[in-house]
Write a protein that binds this ligand. Structure first.
Ligand SMILES: [Zn+2]
Length: 108
């Protein structure tokens, strides 16, 4: 028999679980993302889905590397193109040609 848990408790548990999952997923991306594109793409999809459903955010460093349109993990030289112009990093997804722009100052 399980005791009823208050709504706020349940929500904080849910968020905690979600951020733990995010941590786990980001570790996968850190360790291995060039040799197994199918894995990194499905991890990228899971990260986006978790963020949408539970409102948890992954570190911006990883978030910048996911194309929000085709939900793939962007690997420079493979499915993304990196250019630098006017103090901005331009990360172009080759599949959908969407451009993500980041300030260079932020990454310093
Ligand atoms: Zn794309």
């Amino acid at each position: 028999m399980s005791r009823p848990i208050s709504k706020s408790k349940r929500q904080s548990e849910r968020k905690k679980n979600a951020s733990e999952s995010l941590l786990f997923l980001s570790k996968i991306l850190d360790e291995d993302n060039f040799t197994r594109p199918i894995l990194s793409d499905s991890v990228a999809r899971s990260i986006l889905r978790l963020g949408k459903r539970h409102g948890v955010r992954i570190s911006p460093k990883i978030y910048q590397k996911i194309c929000r349109k085709c939900h793939v993990y962007l690997v420079p030289g493979k499915n993304s193109r990196i250019r630098i112009s006017n103090g901005f990093i331009l990360n172009t997804c080759i599949t959908c040609n969407r451009i993500y722009r980041f300030s260079l100052d932020k990454n310093r």
